[in-house]
Write a protein that binds this ligand. Sequence first.
Ligand SMILES: Cc1cc2nc3c(=O)[nH]c(=O)nc-3n(C[C@H](O)[C@H](O)[C@H](O)COP(=O)(O)O)c2cc1C
Length: 236
Amino acid sequence: MSKALVVNGSPSLDKGNTAHVLSFFIDGLREGGCEPEVVYPSGMDLEPCSCAIMHCWYTKPGECCIDDGMSAVYPKLREADTLVLATPVYTPLPGRMQDFMNRMTPMMRPRLRSKDGRTRATFRKEVGIRRIALLAVSGWWEKANMDTLVRITREYAEDCGVKFAGAVLRPHAFLMSSYRPVADEAKHIRELLKKAGTELAVLGRMKEDTLDAISVPLISEQKLRERFNRLCPDER
Ligand SMILES: Cc1cc2nc3c(=O)[nH]c(=O)nc-3n(C[C@H](O)[C@H](O)[C@H](O)COP(=O)(O)O)c2cc1C
């Protein structure tokens, strides 16, 4: 059975909008025959990478010099074939999520190559990951607000020499669970999130039309802005 390591980078752990959106996607992974395991960087004993000499590349290849909660994650990265980076937009991402991604560096092999004019590494031979997908949620209206996260994830996949399997993007995600006028649309989006998870499990990628339908606006841009601005009156 294939395995997915799902990294939920939200500081809200399993209580936030990321977790809500992710839960349906995970149901889809399971339905597609993939066994998911979720880890929470914000709930782990996780030190930031502070090793400028790249100990894990050039001193002891494949070994991190920090012994903390990440030690239990490395074997999981070797066993999984799919990595899902799930995160809220935190202009651009929560610090602990960045720490987690930095701490994956021991899993990369520092034999550099050139691809399309860029310098790239690869995952080490023992790492099972073949594809990396993004699931992102945000507060504001437009999907473009998540472009930086898409770019980061795409770059990350290229740097590791694996496929970028697509991005599930859910703008103004908090309305999914808390705004009754859009309950029917939210229900439909939950079904599509499940479909995207199954596509990733079965096809190794997600279809563009599924991803586009997940990101549809649930409210007008003006209405959403007014909701936010009610919380922040004009300065006098
Ligand atoms: C520090 C910080 C920065 C944020 N930056 C953005 C942003 O640039 N764009 C946006 O749409 N939402 C932004 N948000 C809102 C979160 O993405 C949004 O509330 C998300 O649903 C939180 O997910 P969670 O409930 O899983 O923590 C930011 C939130 C925080 C705390």
